[in-house]
Design a protein around this ligand. Structure first.
Ligand code: NAG
Length: 222
């Protein structure tokens, strides 16, 4: 009898941990946990170098996000390499772990090259209970704007993430990505966020570094 109960509990735990963020595909990341919903988030970063072996890539991604407290609705403007063809692209992503919108939703993408300046923002729209994602390479006149339903819950979490295990030669050869000029509003008030550097499944000695409340870097051995 006890054995049966233990088995049931283990299965339930396995399902719970397999169905929310942080996902096992994350390497290193920074987390901010606010005491209310994040209503605005923005950051600048620069497209890193190409991987030394473009064919070793498993689509590494470099993204900012807001997420609900249950870690099931992830709103994420993304810079990725090799998402499809072997070049860098910017697009908006929405990963929903469960419920009526469950699944992966991805906007149209635009191509960028190493050195391009990227800016992304996530803005809560109270009149429609939506998040609006914007990712741009403004110097080249490129951007994508995407609205997604917030689904009636608060989003107190933000993650800045490097995702997707790769051989080290499949990660950008300059070994780092740096987000700067990070702006956060909680319940429409500008805040000074307290970021925590975290590891999920780091490869290639990846590591997040909190440079300041407005700057986060992730490094790895390329
Ligand atoms: C961030 O990006 C915006 C939009 O492209 C740009 O106007 C601004 O100068 C950038 N800020 C920094 C610090 O790079």
């Amino acid at each position: 009898m006890n054995t049966v109960l233990v088995c049931v509990v283990l299965v339930a735990l396995a399902v719970a941990t397999a169905a929310q963020d942080p996902a096992s595909s994350w390497l290193s990341y920074a987390e901010y946990s606010a005491d209310d919903s994040i209503t605005f988030l923005a950051a600048n970063w620069t497209v890193p170098a190409y991987p030394s072996d473009k064919f070793a890539s498993r689509a590494p991604g470099f993204w900012i996000s807001v997420e609900n407290a249950d870690n099931t609705y992830l709103v994420q403007p993304i810079l990725a390499f090799g998402d499809g063809d072997l070049h860098y692209t910017c697009f908006n992503g929405w990963f929903v772990w469960s419920g009526p919108h469950a699944g992966w939703h991805q906007s149209q993408a635009f191509k960028v090259v190493p050195g391009d300046a990227i800016y992304a923002s996530i803005t809560y729209l109270p009149s429609t209970d939506e998040y609006e994602m914007y990712i741009a390479c403004e110097a080249k006149g490129q951007s994508v704007t995407t609205k997604v339903p917030a689904q009636g819950v608060k989003y107190p979490l933000s993650y800045f993430v490097v995702e997707h295990q790769s051989s080290c030669s499949g990660l950008p050869a300059d070994g780092k990505v740096t987000w700067t000029n990070i702006e956060v509003e909680v319940a429409n008030n500008r805040v000074t966020p307290t970021w925590q550097a975290k590891q999920e499944d780091p490869v290639c000695s990846s590591q997040a570094h909190i440079l300041s409340p407005s700057s986060i870097q992730v490094t790895w051995d390329a």
